[in-house]
Design a protein around this ligand. Structure first.
Ligand code: NAD
Length: 497
């Protein structure tokens, strides 16, 4: 099965068989690939190749660069079924979500193609006669990309599509848990480069295989002006000071701890559906997963009763065979979940669900029933991101209190309110409301569209990716003052003669 998929995606066997890095599918615990790990010398050579490719690529006109991304988007459309299935096999998310991830890649390619004709600068009024002022945007350099296991391909594409049209080359260090999907993306991009022709230098896109040390080598390299890193807050804490020490730039997309406020006027039918998708989807392994439910005391009992019913009907199983909830990534993730549930029980919480499932059928895979954890109040346990399907439930009496609870965690990625009261909705998205990068009304916290800027505040890292004006992060800004007169007036009226 994997053999056929990899062959159709054009990945050479030597790249994913016979290497030192064992790739284990969370679906059944079986080894599905053995990828060659890059030595420090290999990493150095790949960074050097990307650096050299940049020198050529930056001179290709931006709309022409957009053509490469268009061709890549076409390759993704053609191979969506295979790449989506590979995502499911490698990181365990259900096929619908695997396909959704590839669709996000296609969507960002479309956006980037349009953007390639809109890398707009400014003209600025000069205070001096016979002078023009302009602000222009130039390519930045080879962009370093570090990605997490749970979204193995889309965040790379959010960065790569924009970085390419902005005139940059790429060096990607994917998660060591999901290298096969990275090889597949690289293969499709290379096919697009062949179709594009000789304007695309061979070293334009590099993939580095390895663990943390390979990532650190990339992060420390002064030839990489921008590191865009997606992963845990722990990783961001290590990466940010290393990049700052050499005055590089970072886009950090780190952990989330996302809440939903359910107000008395909420449409509970909609709220239940939104909670189910955002709390149990991807087995609770999205950065935007709903982890905290802040429900008004007047609707708490009814909502909880409906949720328990909905949770009991969720199908857990093989992600490519129609289940709604697939496995956790590995045994460590299962252990972390059990530890959090044990701590919650010790603090007096009432826990529904959370047990291991299908252990007899899949002794080396970790399926769990999603857990609902009723807490008396928001504790330190709830302030941590446990990357598993645990939904903590607490109640509130007034909106100010609910917003304070929403904001009282170290992370600031996504948030939402379910209400039909326009005052509450507008307050939640106002300066006095949610402190997160994403604040939604009557929509769950997960499942963003690529048109908006994606990212979060506080320990989520402050980075933004995808739409809006994010393209500017992949370029360097230049201010030009051009004197077309025969005089040399100084700014601020300074006389120097
Ligand atoms: P992780 O931090 O363990 O690993 C992420 C990547 O960082 C991997 O490629 C890893 O090899 C690399 N890495 C780790 N330490 C490094 C270091 N010191 N220097 C350089 N590279 C290093 O995260 P994970 O377990 O793969 O993913 C889950 C986490 O990612 C969760 O916390 C989740 O919230 C977060 N995440 C955030 C977003 C977002 O957009 N905010 C999206 C997806 C996942």
């Amino acid at each position: 099965m994997i053999n056929d998929i990899m062959a159709r995606l054009g990945v050479q066997q030597a790249d994913w068989q016979g290497g030192e890095l064992c790739v284990t599918s969370p679906v059944n615990g079986e080894v599905i690939g053995q990828v060659k790990v890059d030595s420090a010398t290999d990493v150095e050579a790949k960074i050097a190749a990307a650096h050299e490719a940049f020198a050529h690529w930056r001179a290709v006109p931006a709309p022409r660069r957009g053509e490469l991304v268009r061709l890549f988007g076409e390759a993704l459309r053609q191979h969506k079924a295979d790449l989506g299935a590979l995502v499911s096999w490698e990181c365990g998310k259900i096929l619908q979500e695997g396909l959704g991830e590839v669709q996000e890649m296609i969507d960002i390619c479309d956006l980037a193609v349009g953007q390639s004709r809109q890398l707009f600068g400014l003209t600025i009024a000069s205070e001096r006669p016979g002078h023009h002022m302009r602000e222009t945007w130039h390519p930045l350099g080879p962009i370093g990309l570090i990605t997490a296991f749970n979204f193995p391909v889309a965040p790379w594409a959010w960065n790569a599509a924009l970085a390419l049209v902005c005139g940059n080359s790429l060096v990607w260090k994917p998660s060591e848990k999901t290298p096969l999907t990275a090889l597949a993306c690289q293969s499709l991009l290379q096919q697009a480069m062949v179709a594009f022709g000789e304007d695309a230098p061979t070293g334009l896109s590099q993939v580095i295989m390895g663990e943390r040390d390979a990532g650190e080598q990339l992060v420390k390299d002064a030839r990489i002006p921008l590191i865009s890193a997606t992963g845990s807050t722990r990783m961001g804490r290590q990466v940010a000071p290393l990049v700052a020490a050499r005055f590089g730039r970072c886009i950090l997309e780190l952990g989330g701890n996302n809440a939903m406020i359910v107000a008395p006027s909420a449409d509970l039918d909609m709220a239940v559906r939104a909670i189910l998708f955002s709390a149990v989807g991807t087995a609770g392994q999205r950065c935007t997963t709903l982890r905290r439910l802040i429900v008004h005391e007047s609707v708490r009992d009814e909502l909880l009763a409906r949720l328990k019913k909905a949770y009991s009907g969720v199908s857990i199983g093989h992600p490519l065979e129609g289940a709604l909830v697939g496995p956790l990534i590995d045994a460590d993730a299962y252990e972390a979940m059990q530890q959090a549930l044990t701590a919650a029980k010790a603090a007096g919480a009432q826990v529904t669900g959370g047990e291991r499932q299908l252990a007899e059928r899949y002794p080396h895979a970790y399926y769990v029933s999603p857990a609902l954890v009723e807490m008396a109040g928001q504790t330190d346990l709830m302030r941590q991101e446990t990357f598993a399907p645990i939904l903590y439930v607490i109640s509130y009496t007034g909106l100010d209190e609910a917003i304070a609870l929403n904001n009282d965690v170290p992370q600031g990625l996504s948030s939402c309110i379910f209400t039909t009261d326009v005052r509450e909705a507008e307050t939640f998205v106002s300066a006095l409301g949610s402190d997160c990068g994403i604040a939604n009304v009557n929509i769950g916290p997960s499942g963003a569209e690529i048109g908006g800027a994606f990212g979060g505040e506080k320990e989520t890292g402050g980075g933004r990716e995808s739409g809006s004006d994010v393209w500017k992060s992949y370029m360097r800004r230049q201010t030009n003052t051009v004197n077309y007169s025969r005089e040399l007036p100084l700014a601020q009226g300074i006389q120097f003669d």
